[in-house]
Design a protein. Structure first.
Length: 342
């Protein structure tokens, strides 16, 4: 199949996601072309049309979907080019997603709460598909300059994460490493007697090193009521974040904030969850001394993740889902016939 993969327009971790997806599509034997936002939206719509006519894709795929205007989507539909979007920020930008989901024939979402909402909004083909993890992270060399630590938290400093780290610094003597944009603006290493290490945004490879060199990884989820969200319905996320899979793949032991769908993915023997700060603190104190138990639990989660949650496996699921409705997706059951676009 010929697949045109459009950049989401997001930077940072999205460049990693898109590289992994593109690699997986090619591994599956598909002929792919990737267009950046500049290439897909500018310098002009005619330029984009020209690229599409030359490549003649069977499928246009993108993440989040905000780059594909109604004009472009309608034009692609007239050329019988299938359109699919993977909503990887759900449910936090649902106000922006609602007006655009019908531009796509297939909508994939990482969150089951968003899945239910898209069905209520009468989209005929929606699918639950979590983000995957990159198996190369497992084999990535450990960077020696990264210090070992008792606790670590990788991610944006949401207010609840700031409160959590502040409380742990006050209530315990454990060393803590945090990584992500803006942490340095909100916490100061020098005020905590060497207990706190702050990294700026780090690549997935460097994050994998941090996971491997931390005794316990703290994994909390984005709040539904965050001011930066575009989620006026205040839909609460139900599914786990993609960091869950990354940490598990790297063999890290994580304590994860409980989510309704967590046990759909991992058993209590594979992952330990918490709901309150006091519960988390008790779990930290217990597992900090239990090296064997941490290793046993982390290895169980790693085994499951390797077998089920890589980007290659996700892409196989995505393409298989496209072909379920033979009437709507008949192009997947036949080879590309080299049609010419006018």
């Amino acid at each position: 199949m010929r697949i045109l993969f459009l950049s989401s327009g997001y930077f940072g971790i999205y460049q990693h996601f898109e590289n992994c997806i593109l690699s997986a599509l090619k591994q599956e034997g598909h002929y792919c072309r990737f267009l950046s936002v500049y290439q897909s939206l500018g310098p002009s719509f005619p330029s984009f049309q020209s690229k599409v006519k030359h490549f003649q894709p069977d499928l246009v795929l993108t993440l989040n979907g905000f780059v594909l205007s109604e004009e472009v989507s309608s034009w692609l539909a007239t050329k019988n080019i299938h359109r699919a979007v993977w909503m990887t920020e759900d449910p936090y930008y649902l106000d922006l997603s609602k007006p655009i989901i019908h531009r796509y024939e297939d909508v994939f979402t990482i969150d089951s709460a968003a899945l239910s909402l898209y069905k209520e909004w009468e989209h005929r083909s929606v699918h639950l598909l979590p983000l995957g993890t990159d198996p190369h992270l497992l084999d990535a060399a450990v960077e020696e300059e990264t210090s070992g630590t008792d606790l670590c938290l990788v991610g944006f400093p949401y207010p609840d994460r700031i409160s959590l780290i502040t409380a742990l610094l006050q209530d315990t003597d454990y060393t803590i490493a945090v990584a992500g944009g803006m942490w340095r603006e909100l916490l100061k290493e020098e005020q905590h007697g060497g207990k706190l290490t702050i990294y700026d945004w780090i690549s997935p490879k460097k994050a994998s090193t941090l996971y491997k060199k931390s005794k316990i990884i703290l994994n909390t989820h984005r709040p539904a009521d965050l001011d930066a969200n575009q989620n006026s319905l205040h839909i609460q996320g139900r599914s786990i974040n993609n960091r869950t899979f990354d940490v598990a793949l790297c063999g890290g032991f994580q304590l994860i904030s409980d989510m309704p769908d967590l046990r759909t993915y991992y058993t209590e023997e594979e992952m330990i969850s918490f709901t309150t700060y006091d519960e988390l603190l008790s779990l930290i104190h217990f597992y900090m001394k239990e090296d064997v138990a941490r290793t046993h639990i982390a290895c169980a989660a790693q085994k499951t993740t390797q077998a089920r949650d890589t980007f290659l496996q996700r892409i196989r699921q995505l393409l298989q889902a496209l072909s379920i409705n033979k009437t709507a997706h008949s192009f997947l059951s036949c080879k590309h016939q080299g049609r010419l676009l006018p």
